[in-house]
Design a protein around this ligand. Structure first.
Ligand code: UN1
Length: 508
């Protein structure tokens, strides 16, 4: 690739153009709006202390279990209406929620706006889906039988959420479990308890009974105690592949425990393939958005850029120039593009990797001295296979591929075993068809960025090492939280019914 030789060409990128997806109705190019937002998000947020002790997790499950009977019997429409009230409350409380997201999770202002919006979208979308899909359905069958399929709650679900979407994913998983008639013990990531407290308080205000949604906070020992509890009838988890596997093992460890579903949404080694027909300005804008926004801390983020040899030098030159326009800074400043990473452990890991990449670093930036800033970094790879794990931060790898090897290149990405997002930039219809047919990923993005899946339009989630499906924000998500019950009644055998009646009358 030899990118170090390239001159840098600065490229103005309007990442925050008006009408940008997930802007939550705020015009992000309007400076006075952003300045008002700045004063709101910088109001200091009080931190509560004290996590749930592992020993108290059992009590939380007991409460949720006791609440199940009443909650699960409520009409679907009533539960759906509570989700809609919660969406309204999220919007009313947006400034306060954004302040917590900016201060606790180091979200930039645009990301915080997008996240509150996404949380409200999940509530409204699942409310609508529940109304449409959870009513009992009559199924066709042999004449003389009535066959009905009921979708009921299963019992207590554990929802275990990541710090990178501590409101949207935390609530998305939780309200999906609730609206399907389950009760929930919800556990946020240890880094982001305050936003979870705020979300649960709003859910209670919206009408979810206190015991139908119980919050537990803390580290892995709390998660372990929760998933180990044999009364937990399902787990919805978003986080690392390794933790998903640990939960899966926990769920089957006890021979006496019911077999319960695990919904897991985990990591990825997400690639974007760029061919010689792609529009370079669009590619560069989408790469910067996909790799460096949110400090690369999205599981959907681009990790591996694969550029066709013929155009690689030019694309890399433009990309390194565009990287120079990124502003690193505190997340409460509307001008900031890239904030700090989530914690010291993440920072140390990413910085050690960047150090180790040594001469393969094509481009990096200076970081502010104070704070856990990992500078956006571009690293050259000789072979696609040289990247074998997810680096969860603003570090992008780049390699080239030869004309005529699109299928093979896709196969080499597939061979990594992950399958979350893939991008393709091409203006050749056949290339798009090949990628559609051959990319083994949950979300394929063509000629656009790879982040910011819109609830209801872009159901999100992967396969392989990236997760179990079904897709969050998609039409099949709610079913997985349900117990399906098929009831078949013989409606013809009058004689048999009469016999049953008389036996009954006989007092047996
Ligand atoms: C994650 O980063 O854990 O499409 C998943 C997106 C987000 C990804 C969420 N919905 O960028």
């Amino acid at each position: 690739v030899g990118g170090a030789r390239h001159p840098s060409i600065p490229l103005p990128i309007d990442l925050f153009r008006p009408g940008h997806r997930n802007s939550g109705g705020i015009d992000l190019s309007d400076i006075s709006t952003l300045e008002r937002t700045r004063s709101a998000v910088n109001v200091p947020v009080a931190r509560e202390t004290g996590d749930t002790q592992a020993a108290d997790v059992k009590a939380a499950v007991s409460r949720a279990q006791a609440a199940f009977g009443e909650w699960s019997k409520r009409p679907v429409a009533e539960r759906a209406a509570i989700l809609e009230r919660l969406a309204d409350l999220l919007e009313e409380e947006r400034d306060r929620l954004m302040a917590i997201l900016v201060q606790e999770a180091f979200k930039t202002i645009p990301d915080a706006i997008g996240e509150v919006r996404e949380a409200a979208d999940f509530c409204r979308y699942y409310a609508g889906e529940a109304r449409a899909r959870l009513q009992p359905v009559e199924l066709p069958g042999p004449t003389g039988e009535r066959n009905t399929l009921h979708m009921d709650g299963r019992g207590v679900w554990a929802t275990v959420a990541p710090w990178n979407f501590p409101l949207a994913i935390f609530l998305g998983q939780t309200v999906a479990a609730l609206v399907t008639g389950n009760t929930v013990v919800a556990k946020p990531a240890p880094q982001t308890p305050e936003i979870a407290r705020a979300a649960v308080a709003l859910a209670h205000r919206a009408g979810v009974p206190a015991d139908a949604l119980v919050l537990v906070t803390g580290g892995p020992e709390v998660g372990q105690a929760l998933t180990e509890d044999a009364r937990v009838m399902g787990v919805a988890f978003t986080g690392s592949t390794a933790t998903a596997k640990r939960i899966a093992r926990t769920l089957v460890a006890d021979d006496d425990r019911p077999i319960v579903p695990l919904i897991a949404e985990t990591g990825g080694i997400n690639a974007m393939i760029v061919d010689s027909t792609a529009l370079p300005e669009q590619v560069v804008a989408d790469v910067v958005t996909s790799s460096f926004r949110s400090a690369g801390q999205r599981c959907s983020a681009l990790r591996l850029l694969l550029v066709q040899e013929e155009v690689a030098d030019g694309v890399i030159a433009m990309l390194t120039g565009a990287m120079e326009t990124l502003k690193l800074g505190p997340t409460g400043d509307p001008a900031t593009d890239v904030g700090p990473v989530i914690d010291r452990a993440a920072y140390d890991k990413l910085m050690a990797y960047r150090q180790q990449a040594g001469a393969r670093v094509i481009k990096t930036l200076d970081a502010p001295a104070d704070g856990l800033f990992v500078p956006p970094t571009l690293v050259r790879l000789d072979r696609i296979e040289d990247l074998d794990r997810e680096w969860f931060g603003p570090i992008l790898h780049v390699a080239t591929w030869a004309a005529g090897t699109l299928s093979e290149t896709i196969a080499r990405v597939n061979a990594k075993g992950y399958g979350l997002t893939m991008g393709l930039h091409s203006r050749i219809a056949r290339a798009v068809e090949v990628a559609e047919a051959e990319a083994e990923v949950g979300n394929l993005y063509v000629n656009r960025s790879m982040i910011g899946a819109v609830v209801g339009s872009q159901p999100f989630g992967g396969e392989g090492l990236s997760g179990t499906g079904p897709k969050a924000g998609g039409p099949h998500y709610l079913y997985r939280f349900c117990a399906e019950r098929a009831v078949s009644v013989d409606t013809t055998s009058a004689g048999g019914n009469a016999t049953l009646l008389s036996l009954d009358e006989g007092g047996i």
